[in-house]
Design a protein around this ligand. Structure first.
Ligand code: ZN
Ligand code: ZN
Length: 706
């Protein structure tokens, strides 16, 4: 019966089986050959039949080690480890192949921890000394199973046996040490064992790359180049990975050229690596070109091109390409969804993000940590911090990124206390904080004005976790001191900290000078900033604001003249809001919108409503040396006011309003929105270039410092 049903497998089976059946020509040699073939095919059903025939012909007894080894191999290759083990245990005679076959079975079926135990038994029970195959199997099991201790013991055995010079063993050892990020160990092996082949180089290169040892990887690459051993696809994939990590477009292009010259054909694997390289090196057009030049994409290569778009801030393009992917019936996986959700976060496209959220729940992808993290990011960035909080508390598995997202999310939304509570929870959950964690924590301290706590984290706690504070952390401290009004201390801190401060750091101090009206220091800082970057629009605007606040119109005029002379264009103020999945954009003093008249009317009405509550137009925010009345006019139609007015007109009376602004929100709009939130009893969330402002019942979450 099985003969007919399995005819398609291979002619070998049929002819061999018929020979097995006819007793005259039955040969053990044939049975062994057949078992090997069946093991390769994973043909459990037919394998059992051959086993039965061997039993009947008395060739499977416990004394026939070769046949039994083949049976062990067959059953473990078919995932039937218990049968394999049973045969192994009953063997009267076992040789090294019996042991190594069973070990390989355990390794390939994922029971890695059994393999070192078998090695011990092999040495102590059967008195056999491992050969190179056994040792490389045990080492691979140790690296796959994360068994460092056993791996080191095995390494000792390798040294004792002298088998380290065997390429198999050497490669397995290198994999083990790269897996455990033991670069010293890797270099030691490379140094002490001469000779390397293509496989060795690939193992080491991949290991270094996976664990972030870029310089070491570059050394391996240079050696491979000089030895002319960059040949196969795996090498190219690894080297493109290296270029991506280095963000070295020039090198990436050279490698690409070399690949083209070598005549190596693109496949889905290689095209993904090239796209990834172009994406990470900021050359999105290169990535798209590769994508369209190779037709046969799977979910991995689709996700790679979506990710490349995302990394280059082509968020809309990523979402659009996803539609094409759907049309081609490629099923998205968790990484695809993560990229899409991050793209929504980049656009603050809440509607689209929510649709994707429903989709991941439905497809069961919501339980993946990468997706959970992307969802939190999407909700944080589109201003829905409470939705992010709910998601976080329902997550079953979290990683460092999850904690970092929620901590910095709370910080950016002005919820400093919550951020610090989360940080304590993170430590209690024994999750290791990293560089990014402390940026969120220090920001939170900044919002709360907790100078001592912040300095404690910077100077002690970070070091306790083995982290060296960097520019971002020091900048947070400048912000922290600046916010508390300790401007001189902040400046002293900047002068005494041995680090190269960037424009953002100095601008943080300038902003503090502006808020606290310390114009002397402000001017000094601004001069320094303009020396650092004469084209920095942000500095000119802050400085103009400072001059305007004290009505020094000559200073304002000077700034405007400088801007003109240096041909620096001030970015126009833009605000946008999403209403029923549609994005509406507003430009300051805009009259293009079809409902301009109604929107302006609404703004006038709102301003009239808040005047009795104490709203006085803050004409300092105008940046124009014009008549008082005209100044008020300019203020009224700032893009964020237009957007809020429009959202109030178009959304139900309870709905919170979400606005995104491309620049820093101005003082006047800030105080107007506070009062508008009060008279309309609406929550208004504005994401400006620096942070979130959540206006509710007359006050803002930033506590008027931004
Ligand atoms: Zn404004
Ligand atoms: Zn605010």
């Amino acid at each position: 019966m099985f003969l007919t049903s399995n005819v398609h497998c291979a002619p070998l089976h049929v002819s061999s089986l018929s020979q097995l059946n006819s007793q005259s020509v039955f040969s053990v040699k044939y049975a062994v050959k057949l078992l090997k073939k069946l093991a390769d095919d994973g043909n459990f059903k037919l394998g059992k039949v051959v086993h039965a025939l061997l039993i009947v012909s008395n060739h499977a007894s416990e004394n026939h080690v070769i046949q039994n080894n083949c049976l062990i191999n067959l059953y473990s290759r078919c995932g039937q480890l218990s049968i394999a083990r049973h045969i192994f245990n009953r063997l009267r005679q076992r040789n090294i192949v019996s042991w190594s076959t069973l070990m390989t079975g355990y390794l390939h079926n994922g029971f890695t921890w059994e393999v070192p135990k078998l090695l011990k038994d092999m040495v102590s029970v059967d008195n056999l000394f491992p050969n190179e195959y056994v040792l490389s199997t045990v080492l691979s099991s140790c690296s796959n199973g994360g068994l460092l201790h056993e791996g080191r013991q095995c390494h000792a055995l390798v040294l004792k046996s002298g088998l380290v010079f065997h390429q198999y063993v050497k490669n397995a050892l290198l994999s083990l040490y790269t897996m455990f990020s033991d670069v010293e160990g890797v270099l030691e092996i490379l140094k002490s064992v001469p000779g390397s082949n293509n496989i060795t180089d690939n193992v080491v290169l991949k290991g270094f790359l996976d664990h972030g040892y870029t310089n070491e990887a570059l050394d391996v690459f240079s050696r491979m180049l000089s030895e002319g051993s960059v040949r196969d696809k795996i090498s190219y994939v690894n080297i493109f990975g290296l270029c991506a990590r280095l963000k070295d477009l020039k090198l990436g292009k050279q490698v690409h050229c070399r690949m083209l010259k070598s005549g190596l054909q693109l496949d889905v694997f290689l095209s993904s690596a090239v796209m990834d390289m172009y994406g990470k090196c900021g050359e999105i057009l290169g990535a798209r070109c590769i994508f369209y030049s190779y037709p046969d994409h799977n979910v991995v290569s689709w996700t790679t091109i979506l990710a490349a778009n995302f990394q280059n801030e082509c968020f809309e393009e990523a979402l659009k390409m996803f539609l094409q992917m759907e049309l081609q019936d490629v099923v998205p996986n968790e990484y695809t969804f993560a990229v899409l959700l991050h793209s929504c976060a980049g656009l603050s496209a809440l509607g689209c993000g929510k649709t994707l959220h429903a989709r991941v729940e439905k497809t069961g992808n919501g339980t993946f940590v990468v997706v959970g993290n992307a969802l939190i990011n999407m909700y944080v960035r589109s201003g829905h911090i409470e939705a992010a909080r709910a998601l976080f508390s329902n997550m079953i598995c979290r990683d460092t990124v999850t904690w970092n997202l929620i901590i910095s999310g709370f910080s950016h939304h002005g919820l400093g206390e919550d951020a610090l509570y989360m940080f304590q929870d993170m430590l209690a959950a024994k999750e290791q904080p990293n560089y990014v964690t402390f940026i969120g924590v220090l920001l939170a301290c900044g919002h709360l004005g907790r100078i001592e706590e912040g300095l404690y984290y910077l100077q002690h706690l970070m070091r306790d976790f083995g982290l060296e504070p960097g520019l971002e952390h020091y900048t947070c401290v400048v912000g922290l001191l600046g916010k508390a009004g300790k401007l001189d201390e902040a400046e002293k801190f900047m002068r005494s900290t041995p680090i190269t401060w960037d424009v953002i750091a100095w601008r943080t101090l300038l902003n503090a000078c502006n808020v606290h009206r310390n114009y002397g220091l402000g001017q000094k800082v601004a001069d320094h900033l303009l020396r650092l970057n004469p084209n920095d629009v942000g500095t000119y605007i802050l400085l103009s604001n400072m001059h305007a606040k004290v009505k020094r119109w000559d200073g304002v005029a000077k700034m405007r003249k400088l801007l003109r002379e240096r041909n620096i264009k001030k970015e126009p103020g833009l605000s946008w809001t999403e209403i029923r999945n549609e994005t509406h954009m507003f430009v300051s003093d805009d009259t293009q919108h079809p409902e301009t008249a109604q929107i302006h009317e609404k703004v006038r009405k709102l301003l009239a409503e808040i005047k009795p509550l104490g709203y006085v137009p803050d004409t300092n925010s105008v940046l124009h040396d014009v008549e008082q009345e005209q100044q008020e006019g300019y203020l009224s139609y700032h893009s964020e006011k237009l957007a809020v007015a429009y959202a109030l007109m178009k959304t139900p009376s309870q709905a919170p309003i979400h606005i995104i602004k491309n620049l820093r929100i101005c003082d006047d709009c800030h105080s107007a929105l506070k009062l508008i939130s009060k008279v309309t009893m609406r929550m208004i969330v504005v994401r400006d270039v620096n942070r979130f402002h959540s206006f509710q019942n007359g006050s803002c979450s930033c506590a008027d410092y931004w």
